[in-house]
Design a binder for this molecule. Structure first.
Ligand code: SF4
Length: 470
């Protein structure tokens, strides 16, 4: 496969390239654009014009530098062995293949896709979506040889994107609806995915019926279809083997898988916990489940929410802390679909611990949550800070309030431990001011959701004059 006719280099080496706002020529999709999507559909061979790229709306060369535009990417493929279950798995490859292009940054998936084209790539001649479509078609056919024909359609006009966007949303919902029909105990095989290892080398998704992949794109049915057609590919079977803890969702087979795929970095995962041995998080998660120690509950923030979550942090700040393939108790990357599963963080108390989420997420999943709980979950419309949240939860009889008495008892016990042994200091959100010389100036440290264990803290004054010795 050659890309010699493409004005910028193309290859896996460019995955992970970041394009900052100052470096970008244009932005396509993303949180500031209303409608955008990417979708793959399996078609009959006669419905495809192999190699054809169509653009509805302004092409890159017609766009104004520094502006944002909608983007819809519809990839249609045909091949004898193709089936509808493979669509979502093929769709996830849009992310990877776009990122192969030096000068294109692609983030997220489905209706959260977000792209930037760099000024440098544009100046080198990458000035048409025709070029991107051609790259996608070549890569799809080369990397997935069961695809025999492919065509790509782009939508960049706000009017033209409306209909295909609605169609895409309907298809995502159909896939999610099907995923809600089965549960982990109904199957004897789980699946793993390592597509995100180029960004998060120690991350591997474990995809089960209850735990749709973090990106929300690949459910258990999709993973099963992908592993069947390409057993040695990035999506593979994970026999669960012995269940060590039903509540936590700990399986020996899953532990073995993560140990092997994280190259020994991680050896234990609780599928249904965000607090103990949580599933690793890459960077593509649809939402973050975060613990709020002040109310002993959990908040959820999705990547479309552009405000500040109830803990005072925007999604982007929490995403930096959560992602990268780490296990980060208290911050767990999740799919929206997993939130409505009966297994949702059941080891930590389950759905009943959810106290806050953005209004848009609540509107989207409210019908699938326990109906008596829904009116007790606060959103940005009802509360703006933790004090208001606390009052709201009490006034609305949220079940989490019943745990506060236990929490206080535990805190007292821990405080006692601390006084007796100097062991562990439990911290909610605590500000400490360290005074400077003579009690003036100094600096402030804010500690959120952490426990500090130290035998001693030594703060030394650095003699800056001494350091500048020549
Ligand atoms: S988030 Fe998980 S399932 Fe989705 S592409 Fe990444 S590794 Fe695969």
């Amino acid at each position: 496969m050659s890309f010699s006719d493409i004005p910028v280099p193309v290859g896996p080496v460019y995955e992970g390239e970041r394009i900052r706002a100052k470096q970008m020529y244009v932005e396509l999709g993303g949180p500031k654009i209303d409608k955008h999507f990417e979708l793959v559909r399996v078609k009959q061979p006669k419905e495809i014009k192999d190699g054809q790229v169509t653009i509805h709306g302004p092409d890159l060369k017609d766009m104004k530098e520094g502006e944002r535009y909608p983007i819809g990417i519809l990839v249609e493929v045909a091949g004898e062995q193709l089936e509808e279950d493979l669509e979502a798995v093929f769709e996830r490859r849009v992310h990877e293949f776009c990122n192969f292009v030096n000068g294109i940054m692609h983030l997220n998936q489905r209706y959260t896709n977000w792209m930037r084209l760099s000024k440098t790539a544009y100046e080198k001649g990458f000035n048409s979506l025709e070029l991107l479509g051609t790259v996608l078609i070549r890569l799809y056919k080369a990397e997935l040889p069961i695809i025999k024909q492919a065509q790509v359609t782009f939508y960049t006009d706000p009017k033209a994107i409306e209909k295909p966007y609605e169609m895409a949303m309907g298809i995502y919902e159909k896939r999610d609806e099907r995923a809600r029909t089965i549960h982990d105990e109904d199957v004897d095989m789980f699946y793993g995915c390592v597509l995100c290892q180029s960004f998060a080398p120690t991350h591997a998704c474990c995809i089960t019926p209850d735990r749709t992949s973090l990106c929300g794109s690949i459910n258990w049915f999709d993973a099963r279809a992908a592993a069947k057609v390409d057993p040695k590919g990035p999506i593979y079977e994970v026999p669960p083997k012995e269940c060590k803890d039903k509540l936590a969702g700990e399986y020996t087979g899953v532990n073995e898988m993560i140990k092997k795929r994280s190259l020994g970095e991680i050896d234990r995962i609780f599928l249904y916990s965000g607090m103990e041995f949580p599933h690793t998080s890459c960077g593509c998660f649809e939402a973050i489940d975060f613990y709020i120690p002040e109310v002993n509950g959990h908040g959820i923030v999705d990547r479309n929410f552009d405000g500040v979550a109830i803990n005072g942090l925007p999604f982007s700040a929490m995403a930096n802390q959560t992602g990268g393939g780490k296990q980060m108790p208290g911050f767990n990357g999740v799919s929206i679909q997993y939130i409505v599963s009966p297994k949702y963080q059941q080891y930590d108390g389950g759905t009943e611990t959810i106290v806050w989420m953005p209004k848009a997420v609540k509107d989207r999943i409210g019908d699938f949550l326990p109906q008596d709980l829904v009116p007790k979950i606060a959103t940005e419309e009802e509360v703006q800070d933790l004090a208001q949240l606390k009052t709201w939860l009490q006034e609305n009889n949220h079940p989490i309030v019943e745990t506060w008495a236990d929490m206080l008892e535990e805190e007292e016990e821990e405080e006692y431990e601390y006084e007796e042994e100097g062991a562990m200091v439990p911290m909610g959100t605590v500000g400490m001011t360290i005074p400077g010389a003579g009690g003036v100036g100094g600096f402030k440290i804010i500690l959120k959701n952490c426990k500090v264990h130290a035998e001693a803290i030594i703060i030394k004054k650095i003699d800056s004059k001494g350091k500048r010795k020549k």
